[in-house]
Ligand binder design. Structure first.
Ligand code: KIV
Ligand code: ZN
Length: 387
């Protein structure tokens, strides 16, 4: 099967930063942008230049520093915002202007106070204006997840005619359900007459915990760009997690007709940096980047993994940037794991001695979450190793 390219659009520095308490300085954004470039994301959305002078400077600094990824700035569908973004991006090797306007009845009526016709006019004018600055213009129909399909088709067709080369379908409030969201993408691709002139993209929020599932359903139905963030950082419950999408597509090549150009070994370093900069810890059981993602504690699993890693691992820890998987010694661990760890520490016991240490290990493990090497050394010093 020939694989299409799936464009990875990282918005950690823009939507991720909109997570309450996660705002970043110019220097912090630069450090993360360098690592995102090393991760080989296709597009780095560096910020919202019209939002503040600091964000303008941050986008400008990222645009000047990054060479191997496109650098994008977000704008409302207004000429002054677009000009500000163009100015911030002027030194970028590959600049992208990303302009958006809401298309759902709720947003048009209560937030924008515009008629649908006015929204279409604004979308066209914004895309045309952005095209005066760059060929690479992305248009987003904000709250597409709650927009009417006929109206979405109309706005998207107009945006493509006006020059948008990426059409983004955001599930802004995380309302979509995978099967339905996938069908929406398929319908848009089929019904918008000029859909072949643009890359269709999705941008899913995680309010129902479905951001990754919705993004993947969209990919299966023809989306070829996914907007996502490191550690799933983002407004409210966050955005789709970059690491989960990339590894799902890579691990299940039998299902997904796409590949990315991501260097997955940079995933864990990126996750750590974003966590350190924002002060948002990564939950231990977070897929791919959580401390327990490649750790095995129970005896049955440890025994299986020690015999053959594929028994309980569908990916290699080393492939996503961990130094190794982890066999964690605790109250569920078995003799095989204990013996293996002792051998790694240079201690070899005969079977009777191992029985004795194993019994004392279990007593200790009942009192602690994890038994560390120092604990084992103390247990061992009470028993006589073989000559
Ligand atoms: O969630 C959203 O709709 C957005 C757009 C501005 C792309 O972040
Ligand atoms: Zn968003």
């Amino acid at each position: 099967m020939t694989q299409d390219r799936l464009i990875i659009f990282d918005t950690t520095l823009r939507d991720g930063e909109q997570s309450p308490g996660a705002s970043m300085t110019r220097e912090e954004k630069l450090r993360i942008a360098h690592l995102l470039e090393k991760l080989r994301v296709d597009v780095i959305e560096a910020g919202f230049p019209a939002a503040s002078p600091g964000d303008f400077e941050a986008v400008r600094a990222v645009a000047r520093a990054v060479k191997d990824s496109r650098v994008c700035g977000l704008t409302r569908a207004r000429a002054p915002d677009i000009d500000r973004a163009a100015e911030a991006l002027k030194d970028a090797t590959a600049p992208r202007i990303h302009t958006f306007i809401a298309t759902s009845p709720i947003h048009m009526q209560h937030k924008l106070r515009m008629t649908p016709d006015q929204v279409v006019e604004h979308a066209i004018a914004a895309v045309r204006h952005a095209r005066n600055h760059t060929d690479d213009v992305e248009f987003s129909a904000e709250d597409a997840g709650r927009s009417e399909i006929d109206f979405l088709c109309r706005v998207i067709e107009a945006a493509i005619d006006a020059g948008a080369r990426t059409i983004n379908i955001p599930d802004t409030v995380g309302y979509a359900i995978p099967q339905q969201f996938g069908a929406t993408i398929a319908t848009l691709l089929e019904r918008v007459p000029n859909s072949d002139k643009a890359v269709f993209s999705v941008h899913c929020h995680n309010d129902l915990g479905l951001a990754v599932a919705n993004s993947l359903a969209a990919v299966l139905n023809g989306a070829r760009q996914v907007e996502c963030t490191i550690n799933a950082l983002g407004e409210r419950a966050g955005n789709a997690s970059l690491e989960e999408i990339v590894m799902a597509v890579r691990t299940r090549q039998d299902i997904f007709p796409v590949e990315t150009r991501i260097d997955a070994t940079q995933i864990v370093p990126c996750s750590r940096l974003v966590s350190n900069v924002t002060g948002f810890p990564v939950q231990p059981n977070k897929a791919i980047v959580g401390a327990n993602a490649f750790a095995h504690e129970s005896g049955i699993h440890q025994d299986g993994v020690l015999k053959h890693r594929d028994t309980y691992e569908i990916m290699r820890a080393e492939d996503v940037g961990w130094s190794a998987n982890r066999i964690v010694l605790g109250k569920h661990s078995g003799r095989n794991a204990l013996r293996t760890r002792l051998l790694e520490l240079g201690v070899e016991f005969d079977s009777a001695q191992l029985d004795d240490v194993f019994a004392r290990f279990k007593d200790l493990a009942d009192k602690k979450h994890e038994v560390f090497d120092e604990d084992l050394q103390a247990l061992v010093s009470e028993a006589a190793p073989e000559e």
